[in-house]
Design a binder for this molecule. Structure first.
Ligand code: MRU
Length: 350
């Protein structure tokens, strides 16, 4: 009951390029693709071939190394002037998951003050590898803390995919599920399908089935009734950005589960590494929500059937207010309200 995160890995650095599973094709096909240029990195992040906040952070970090190599190949020095444009394109490929900009900034800072291109490249690769390794370790710790906190919770509802496909390790929300399984606790999962791109139906069901964890798919619209029925012990979801006050941006639909869980008296947990916490954003109102292509919502059949254009609002994420969150499971332990104090404390900012 643990995911085989090494075959093939969600994301890895091989010699001079990033290798990812193209998640747009799952579960029908497990295709590994190579990202050798900044264009390819930006495209893979933007079209969700690689996705999930920690995974795109790691991909962006290695993307900076790709940018350095590209600049050196073009005869440049890979200095800040050379890199400013490519780095901004990588950082901006998805705006909500703070891990992406955080990871890119960390790699850029690691090159600070180094003159020679090859030295800068070495420093970038070392830092990106550290980000990759730290995320893997954070997932393990989240799994352990989550299993201790949720030892009595047998049936978990989750949304989207916050598993091994979304991180460099065993996942965050699903890390808690695997942590429970590894601790010998009985665990089963309801996976909400996650309209419109079906990360729950396609990715979470595939990943948990492969790991041997019992999983039942539910339409997003059935989750409220499911929670009301008393068949769920806890909701556990991931996060793309957690504001300083504990407001949580995560895949659109998460907020509905939180409201329904509160109404049903079911605890609602967020599992995320501290790299997802953004102390620079005071509350959820300050989180930029990525708007996505209307075509993700409109099927070709629907488009063909409508006589004229249909206006579509397709936000990728929503913000769950902190007061609906029972606890935030991090690699440093579980945070409880008051989240402003708890977050400041764990980040060492008190
Ligand atoms: O648009 P996606 O598929 O990248 O959205 C992913 C999520 O919302 C996850 O829950 C979040 O990034 C946490 S992944 C550990």
């Amino acid at each position: 009951m643990i995911p085989d995160i090494d075959s093939p890995p969600t994301l890895e650095w091989v010699d001079d390029h990033v290798r990812i599973i193209d998640q747009t094709l799952l579960p029908a096909e497990v295709r590994v693709v190579e990202l050798r240029t900044v264009d390819e990195v930006v495209d893979a992040i933007g079209r969700l071939a690689v996705r999930g906040a920690p995974a795109i952070g790691a991909c962006g970090a290695f993307g900076v190394v790709v940018a350095v190599d590209e600049a050196l190949r073009a005869g440049g020095a890979a200095d800040p002037d050379d890199l400013a444009g490519p780095i901004e394109r990588i950082s901006g490929a998805r705006p909500t998951a703070v891990n992406l900009r955080w990871a890119v900034d960390r790699v850029v800072a690691a090159m600070d003050g180094l003159g020679a291109g090859p030295d800068r490249r070495d420093a970038a690769l070392t830092e990106a590898t550290a980000i990759f390794d730290e995320d893997r370790a954070a997932c393990d710790a989240i799994g352990r803390h989550g299993a201790a906190e949720l030892a009595e919770a047998r049936t978990i509802l989750t949304h989207c995919n916050a598993g091994r496909l979304a991180t460099t390790g065993i996942g965050t929300a699903l890390g808690v599920v695997y942590g429970k399984a590894m601790a010998g606790q009985p665990v089963e999962v309801y996976a909400a399908e996650t309209r419109p791109l079906l990360q729950g139906a396609r990715l979470t069901v595939w990943e948990l089935s492969a790991a041997g964890v019992p999983v039942t798919l539910v339409p997003d619209s059935a989750a409220c009734g499911l929670l009301h029925s008393g068949r769920v012990d806890a909701v556990v979801v991931g996060a793309d950005r957690i504001a300083a006050n504990g407001d949580v941006a995560n895949k659109v639909g998460t907020f509905s589960h939180a409201v329904a869980a509160r109404r049903a008296g079911v605890p609602f947990y967020v599992a995320a590494p501290l790299s997802t916490v953004d102390p620079g954003t005071a509350d959820g109102a300050g989180i930029v929500i990525e708007g996505r292509d209307p075509d993700e919502v409109q099927s070709p059949d629907l488009r063909a059937a409508h006589p004229g254009p249909v206006e579509v609002w397709n936000p990728a994420f929503d913000v769950t207010p902190a007061d609906l969150v029972t606890g935030i499971v991090t690699e440093k332990g579980v945070l409880f309200p008051d989240f402003t104090d708890a977050i400041a404390g764990v980040l060492g900012r008190t």
